[in-house]
Design a protein around this ligand. Structure first.
Ligand SMILES: Nc1ncnc2c1ncn2[C@@H]1O[C@H](COP(=O)(O)OP(=O)(O)OP(=O)(O)O)[C@@H](O)[C@H]1O
Length: 627
């Protein structure tokens, strides 16, 4: 540290000096955790160099032949233990090599953009990948020695050769020819692979890396005589130039084994950040059997990662597709992504676009939207749960589906429509609209039917996310509560304050309760005698809403929770007004009375799909004996 005496006595000011010898090994080791990245960096440089040449030609600053095949070639030699990346781009003179390569972190790319910014006002920053002036050095993660043989596009410059063994010393001098033997413009980067990196001297491995990172690079990349990339992926084109088939084909290119997507969104922004991409809504099979990490993140057509956790809102992680943004740097780190303001903006932009698209689909063709809703519903509900801004839009297009009633097929409603639909008949004495739902139309059939008989409507909430969804709706919607049809007796589910008269005396009620308690002899059952309409079942088993819902919610989160570990409790409501109840009371034979109690209780279990094993066998025997 150099230090100078400050005016104030005893205080010194200084400047920390960094020595390249010290920092070089650190860069080599920590620049990228993944060594295969070297190829991405070097191929990106070669693509950049080619793009720059095209740019110069378009500005009239390069008048030579561009050649038909402005491609980048990757080759390897197992014997010589080399990997060579060659391009026919702008090339470098000896001075430029000294300037761009020898000065770490002095990026030629940044300088290039600066220089050409004002030229025509249309320098395409997006076309230039490099930004940091560090990428080249990733070569030393796998090579013990690196050669650059380069011929500048300027005719007067001779071919130069630079060699460095990864120390801070290098050699530079003239060369006779390029690696190909010719003297044409462009650059060869020859890596002499270190012993611990010989795994890269393998056709399969190299092709894999090229296909992973370079699948959509804008300049053809040739490996082993074949071009590995598609230089004009659809996200680089204007939506108006694309057909549905183009989008579907591209989806297949990305995910060869997948079913056709439901629909897609073409993203395209250039202010306040740059972003293009196509997001697909996949067909989701059976609730939550989806795979995350399906969205691929690119920066100027270079693949970066498929961990888009911070760029894409969590609830949209189920989407598929690509996002390309030059505003996301190549060497991204998690902590960077989390704090970067562009990333936050991208996140809310994507949320908005998705909401708008869904809204458009809903408005444009409701029937088609409804047909897809079973698949889309998961995104929409998940979005409502996780993002208030999304909810603000989604509340108009999220749909509720009811169960079919007496031959009336089920229908979809928006939140407002549904409220309208049930308000008159399902408002309780505290002015709360009670929305009834079933989680399994088959298992809860008996309860659904009883509700329908009273003219109530029952929603179907049969996806795993629904417990959370209705919980969220209860918070968001005023004076609304959701109750599962079997959460209580109907009079209590929607308590209108109208009590059905009981035909039983107080004494009979106590007697009946004691009789059920003794006969069923189960401490976890809460038995009550209720005055219900005579045409409802003699016994109804219910499961209180709150604990059950909490259990359902914790089941989805997969975590052990307080509610998850609670035992299920059941309420047994005996219908005081049912004729069988009077019959039980008037039966004088104690055994016959017990049999009746067991029988009506088992019937209630049976209707709830809860009668199994030995209890079921006993019930069947008992029933047969009575016939
Ligand atoms: N194949 C090449 N042809 C011409 N110039 C090149 C080539 N490879 C590297 N360069 C020059 O060397 C510079 C430094 O390259 P380097 O990869 O270290 O950084 P960068 O590409 O600018 O940024 P990044 O760190 O993002 O890769 C480049 O900006 C470019 O000017």
């Amino acid at each position: 540290m150099e230090a100078v005496q400050n005016e104030k006595e005893g205080t010194k000011r200084g400047q920390i000096s960094i020595h390249t010898e010290n920092i070089f090994p650190i860069i080599k080791k920590f620049l990228y955790s993944d060594h295969e990245i070297f190829l991405r960096e070097l191929v990106s440089n070669a693509v950049d160099a080619t793009q720059k040449l095209k740019k110069l030609a378009s500005y009239g600053e390069y008048n030579g032949e561009l050649g038909d095949d402005l491609k980048v070639t990757v080759a390897f030699d197992k014997e010589a233990k080399t990997i060579t990346i060659s391009d026919r781009g702008i090339g470098m003179s000896a001075d430029e090599i000294q300037k761009y390569i020898n000065q770490i972190a002095f990026s030629g790319a940044t300088e290039f953009i600066e220089k050409y910014k004002d030229k025509s006002g249309q320098v395409d920053e997006k076309a230039i990948i490099g930004h940091f002036g560090l990428g080249f050095y990733s070569a030393f993660m796998v090579a013990k020695e690196v050669e650059i043989i380069s011929k500048s596009y300027r005719d007067e410059e001779p071919i130069s050769r630079w060699v460095c063994d990864g120390s801070t010393e290098f050699e530079i001098g003239p060369a006779e020819s390029r690696v190909s033997g010719g003297t044409e413009r462009g650059t060869d980067v020859v890596l002499h692979i270190a012993e611990d990196s010989e795994e890269f001297l393998d056709e399969y491995r190299l092709r894999g890396i090229l296909e992973k990172y370079g699948k959509f690079l804008p300049i053809p990349i040739e490996f082993d005589g074949k071009v590995v990339n598609n230089t004009t992926p659809i996200w680089t084109k204007a939506p108006s130039d694309l057909t549905d088939d183009d989008y579907k084909n591209f989806y297949r290119e990305l995910y060869p084994m997948s079913e056709e997507p439901l629909f897609w969104i073409h993203l395209n922004v250039d202010y306040p950040f740059n972003l293009t991409g196509v997001l697909y809504f996949p067909k989701l099979k059976d609730g939550f059997q989806f795979k995350r990490e399906k969205i691929q993140l690119y920066s100027r057509q270079v693949f970066i990662t498929d961990e888009v956790k911070d760029v894409v809102p969590d609830f949209l992680m189920l989407l598929h597709g690509v996002i390309d943004s030059p505003d996301i740097p190549l060497n991204v780190s998690r902590s960077f992504l989390q704090t970067d303001s562009n990333v936050k903006k991208i996140n809310s932009y994507i949320t908005r676009k998705v909401a708008d698209k869904l809204n458009d689909l809903f408005k444009a063709d409701r029937a088609a939207y409804e047909a897809k809703f079973d698949d889309i519903g998961l995104f929409v509900k998940y979005g409502i749960l996780s993002d208030d801004k999304f909810y603000e839009k989604a509340k108009d297009f999220v749909l509720l589906k009811n169960t079919e009633a007496n031959g009336t097929p089920s229908r979809y409603f928006t939140l407002n429509e549904y409220r309208e639909h049930v308000q008159a008949n399902q408002t309780d004495k505290s002015e709360t609209v009670v929305m009834l739902y079933a989680t399994n139309a088959q298992q809860q059939h008996g309860y659904i039917e009883s509700a329908h008989r009273r003219g109530y409507d029952v929603l179907l909430m049969d996806t795993q996310i629904d417990a959370h969804f209705i919980n969220a709706l209860e918070y968001k919607l005023e004076k609304t509560s959701f109750k599962r049809v079997d959460a209580d007796t109907l009079d209590k589910l929607i308590d209108k304050g109208l009590n059905t008269e009981s035909v039983l005396s107080e004494e009979d009620r106590t007697k009946l309760k004691d009789l059920f308690e003794q006969t069923l002899d189960n401490k976890s059952l809460a038995i009550s005698i209720e005055s219900m309409p005579a045409d409802e079942l003699p016994v109804t088993i219910t499961m209180p809403e709150f604990i059950r819902r909490m259990k359902d919610m914790s089941a989805l989160s997969g975590e052990q929770s307080f509610y998850g570990s609670l035992p299920v409790s059941y309420n047994v409501a005996v219908n005081a007004n049912h004729p069988l109840t009077s019959k039980i009371l008037s039966t004088t034979d104690a055994e016959a009375q017990k049999t009746l109690v067991k029988q009506v209780y088992d019937l209630a279990l049976l209707s709830q799909n809860m009668l199994t094993g030995a209890d079921l066998t006993a019930f069947v025997r008992r029933s047969v004996a009575q016939l």
